[in-house]
Design a protein around this ligand. Sequence first.
Ligand SMILES: [Zn+2]
Length: 149
Amino acid sequence: MKNKLTFEMVPEECWYSNLRSILKPKDWDIVRRDAYARAKGRCRICGRPTARLEAHEQWSYDEEKALQKLEDVVALCHGCHEVKHISRTQLIGRGQEAMEHFQKVNECSQMDFHMALAEANETYLRRNRIEGWVTDISWLETRFDIKLR
Ligand SMILES: [Zn+2]
C-alpha cells in the first residue's frame, strides 16, 4: 500500500542544509509564498482547507550518489507537517496526535502506522551511514532565479 502521507527522513548530515538556513530571509519568503499561492488555501497532501499553511521542503535521496536533491516546496497543514517530521514531533510530546492524523489521512490502522515508522527509521539509519551528502538545489535556481548567499 502506498501512503499519501509519509515521513521525511533527513540524514543528520543534511539537517543544516535546510532552505531556511541556506537562503536569505527575503528569498525564503519568496519560496514559501509561492508554495502557499499554489496550494490555494488547502493542504497539498490531505486537501484540508486551512488558513495556516506551512512550507515543507521535499527532498529526494539518491543513496548511491549521496545526493540530496530539492524536488519541491509544498504547503501543508500543521497536522501533515508534524507527521513529516515525526521524530521532532514525538520529542515535543505530540506523537499521539501525529499518529492519529497519519491514520486518518492514509485510512489505515495503528499497526500500519507503526510498520511505516519502523521502515522509515531503517531508511534514516541507512542514510546516516552514508557520508559526504551533496545538496542539489537547482530546482530553486530554475524556478526563482535566486542567488545563494
Ligand atoms: Zn494536511
